[in-house]
Design a protein around this ligand. Structure first.
Ligand SMILES: [Zn+2]
Length: 74
């Protein structure tokens, strides 16, 4: 039954970023600090618990520019 659509997936705006731990650049203080905040924002029961903020932080870590990474490639 190709036309039959089952409700297998929960109907909610689940951002894939929320379930994936961000990978900060090694040695980057900013990324490290962001990751620490991300862990706090992800921790249920923590005063800093804020899933949407965690998503923002994950995006920030992924987008954090590292000029030195380019320099080291050669
Ligand atoms: Zn960084």
């Amino acid at each position: 039954m190709a036309l039959e659509t089952t409700m297998r997936d929960p109907v909610e705006l689940s951002d894939p970023l929320e379930c994936t731990e961000p990978h900060p650049a090694p040695g980057c203080d900013v990324c490290g600090a962001l990751l620490r905040q991300w862990h706090q924002a992800k921790e249920v029961g923590s005063p800093a618990y804020d899933p949407s903020h965690a998503t923002d932080l994950a995006v920030e870590i992924k987008r954090h520019p590292h000029a030195w990474q380019k320099e080291k490639r050669s």
